[in-house]
Design a binder for this molecule. Sequence first.
Ligand code: SF4
Length: 548
Amino acid sequence: MKELALLGDEAVALGALHAGVSAAYGYPGTPSTEIMEYLIAEHERGGPLAAWSTNEKTALEAALGVSFAGKRTIVTMKHVGLNVAADPFVNAALLGIKGGLVLAVADDPGMHSSQDEQDSRFYAAFAMVPCLEPRSQQEAYAMTREAFDLSERFAVPVVIRLTTRLSHARAGVVPSEPRAQNALSKAEDKTQWMLLPAYARRRYDSLIAKQADFAAWSASHPSNKLETEGRDAEFAVVTSGLGGNYYEENLADFAASRGGKLPARLHIGAYPAPVESIRALCAKAKTVLFIEEGMPVLEEKMRGFLPPAVSVKGKLEGSLPRSGELDPDNVRVALGLAPRAALKADLPKLPGRPPQLCKGCPHGDSYEIIKQATAGKASVAVTSDIGCYALGALPPYAVPETIVCMGASVNMAKGASDAGIEYAIGVIGDSTFLHSGITPLIDAVKANTPMTLVILDNSIVAMTGCQETMLPSASMVPLLQGLGVDPSHIVVLEALKKNAEANLAAFKKEIEYRGLSVVIFRRECLEAFKARQKKAKAKAAGAAACEG
Ligand code: SF4
């Protein structure tokens, strides 16, 4: 088939389509978003179902239903999304997965757009399921296809672990012949799908019994490539994922520095980690260097397996930086090579450009109101959340005091109020509220906590590229009423400068109320507005051309 230039994310999406996927679910999150965007575009052209979900947990639960019905399904998320989906994920490992179930999880080492650097290989090991880690777009395509077969072969979910540079870089992919979708066929043995303690104990034993099969599979997997023939057995290198590419970029210089002799090497792309291959690699080693993108998963594991005489180097030991991304330069230093000469360019000194809200963003007007309403008050806590509005923590607004995880703003405000803060204000976006803010709000409703929840409703998931929210803005007030918020303390304000005086007065009134109030600041995101206008213009131009 024809070679295509695809992002790593797109290669995963195409791999899923060609593996006969029947349904795809996900929640947008950098760097994973483009997987679903590709699948949704394909769905709009008549392809298999692909739809955003309220959060990663609901996405995975929908996928479990598809698998139960015998069809293949993929769930996409960023690394922290797997925390949200952790409950069904870990439990799904005990089920008798029927239709192939694949989780494509994109990690973000270096935190380009994330609140932490966690490594999803840990999660796969924790749930005791296989994990594939591609190092090229071609592998992303092929491993996604393989993951579905593997999931059905072992009846467990399978994780594809991606990292930012692979997800967002484009390279050639040669696809192979697509496979048809599975026929509808419900799981026959219901005890494999009911985690009642008596069944769950059996299922857990079955998962433990599968570990030997997983180990045998990974030991012979072609991506776990052991190179010892003619190599220096005293210096061993273990690479994984993109670490393998950075190592190879330095290979010519490294070989030259050692009189042409290359060290013994093992590259790992399939997990559970092939422990016996690492042992074989290190049989005569005096030193072993682990080069892995993300956390020191392999280095930490192998410290307990290798003889104490082997000097283990890597991120834990300090040869490579513990945080941030790997790159050819820091891998070069870890290999003991001199740094490359820096490129010299005579550039003018550029001013710093800290990230900020778009000029005219509705969140700016809302933060102005919160700032003015709380100015001069001694006991204030403003907790915030994940979204564009997190940028309101930086000057010129500097309003939010906390940003932790999706939905945390709501009950952190409740907790601050419980602790005695007089003006406890939670700030959350509309999409984040639907994702993870509803359940904590029920706690505040039950206690009628004296706090104000601010919902910044811009009618879109702005930060990840303007995906549609699960419910339209018009649903917000009925939803809040349904949750039990007192209708007289649900206030909707239009976040416009010209309304500033009236908005300030209304907001001040609500924060003085000694019970739960919810203030919705509403105005469309500028980027969403522009995209909508552009689409309407293109449609009108198309219609005019047809008439012509
Ligand atoms: S993308 Fe939209 S919500 Fe985000 S900063 Fe820009 S205008 Fe504001």
